[in-house]
Design a protein around this ligand. Structure first.
Ligand SMILES: [Ca+2]
Ligand SMILES: [Ca+2]
Length: 226
């Protein structure tokens, strides 16, 4: 009887461990970052999946009185920075799937709230399946992030690719230099100034046009740099 009990307990423990392993199959994690009021900051949404992901939907909710998304760079998804008030939405499908360590998106937030406030970056995975459509939502572990608005953090406005607190032609050069592999722009991620989800020569040109006071051809929802 005692032996049967021990077997039962061992079996239950094995089941628990197996369930925990399963529950740890997919992680989605948002960073905690700090930014000066009026500045911009990169927040990376990353994670890991052992199994290939075929379909993914992520909602990122935030306090729109404190932060506003300027751009969203992603190699695997479609990202809508203005899906609703205080809502950024990522959607992705892949026939081959993606797995391992994954960068889902790099979001640039502008801090519009007062010094001392913190905006919770609430991450909700709404869709998750493997490449043949099997639901994997019960396997995901999500970690929310935050943007803390700090009076001590250096001011880095959108477009400030070289992180020197001002927007100048040097930022256009930093973008081109980084793309060419001759210089590492410390705030390269801030340079998607035309909000098309990637940083390239068109952004360097947009920076130069903005400095020169020339009209900028920006999509709806993309705030002009100044
Ligand atoms: Ca700069
Ligand atoms: Ca761009």
């Amino acid at each position: 009887m005692l032996r049967a009990g021990a077997v039962l307990i061992a079996g239950a423990m094995a089941l628990l461990i197996a369930r925990e392993a399963l529950a740890g199959g997919v992680t989605v994690l948002a960073e905690d970052v700090t930014v000066a009021s009026g500045g911009a900051v990169e927040l990376t949404l990353s994670g890991h999946s052992d199994q290939a992901i075929g379909a993914l939907g992520i909602d990122v909710l935030f306090d729109e009185a404190l932060v506003t998304p300027h751009s969203c760079q992603t190699a695997i998804a479609i990202c809508n920075t203005s899906a609703g008030p205080g809502l950024l939405r990522l959607n992705s499908v892949s026939l081959l799937g993606f797995s391992g360590d994954i960068t889902f998106a790099t979001i640039v937030f502008e801090a519009i709230g007062p010094v001392g406030s913190t905006a919770l970056i609430d991450v909700e995975v709404t869709t998750l399946s493997d490449t043949i459509g099997n639901d994997m939502l019960d396997q995901v572990i999500v970690t929310d992030g935050s943007v803390t608005i700090d009076g001590l953090a250096p001011l880095t406005p959108p477009g400030d690719a070289n992180c020197d607190s001002t927007l100048s032609a040097a930022d256009g050069l930093a973008v081109i230099g980084d793309l060419a592999g001759v210089y590492e722009a410390g705030c390269f991620g801030l340079a998607d100034v035309n909000c098309d989800g990637k940083v390239n020569a068109a952004d360097a040109l947009t920076i130069l046009r903005a400095i020169g006071g020339l009209p900028l051809d920006l999509p709806p929802g993309c705030t002009a740099i100044t």
